[in-house]
Design a protein around this ligand. Structure first.
Ligand code: HEM
Length: 128
């Protein structure tokens, strides 16, 4: 059996740290902060951590608690334009720098987040 990325990077504690470091940066960002639930920071961390764990082959708690991810639909209320996407990715890259996975895993995570963030774009800044 091949090992999942979830297990290879250290399982749940890795994703908990990654998501915590990510949100530390989100709360500092003037464009992203207003989109996120300031009064439910722990809940936001839980949702994102559970999603990532499930995506990378760990616990399926996310779907048990939240149902089908439907991420594009869930992001529709938030204005994700190229600027927001770049800021989001900068928060994630900063978090990844701290948790520092092995180079091969880092490359896989970077690639995934780039593509997923592109898929979340839902506003064209040229058309208002
Ligand atoms: C591109 C810029 C992005 C922006 C501005 C953004 C913004 C947001 C906001 C404001 C929320 C609500 C927070 C909450 O209440 O949980 C959210 C939720 C979430 N986002 Fe994003 N997001 C982005 C990209 C992504 C990407 C790339 C992923 C996946 C890799 C992702 C995964 C999630 C998940 C799993 C949730 C929780 C969904 C749920 O309610 O179950 N987001 N996002």
């Amino acid at each position: 059996m091949t090992q999942t990325l979830h297990d290879a990077v250290g399982g749940s504690p890795f994703f908990a740290r990654l998501v915590h470091e990510f949100y530390e940066r989100v709360w500092q960002d003037d464009v992203l902060r207003p989109m996120y639930p300031q009064d439910d920071r722990a809940g936001a961390e839980d949702r994102f951590r559970m999603f990532l764990e499930q995506y990378w082959g760990g616990s399926t708690a996310y779907s048990e608690q939240r149902g089908h991810p439907r991420l594009r639909m869930r992001h529709a209320p938030f204005p994700v334009d190229p600027d927001a996407r770049e800021r989001w990715l900068a928060c994630m890259r900063g978090a990844l720098d701290v948790v520092d996975p092995a180079p091969l895993h880092r490359a896989e995570l970077d690639d995934y987040f780039e593509r997923a963030a592109t898929a979340m774009l839902n506003r064209n800044p040229l058309i208002r």
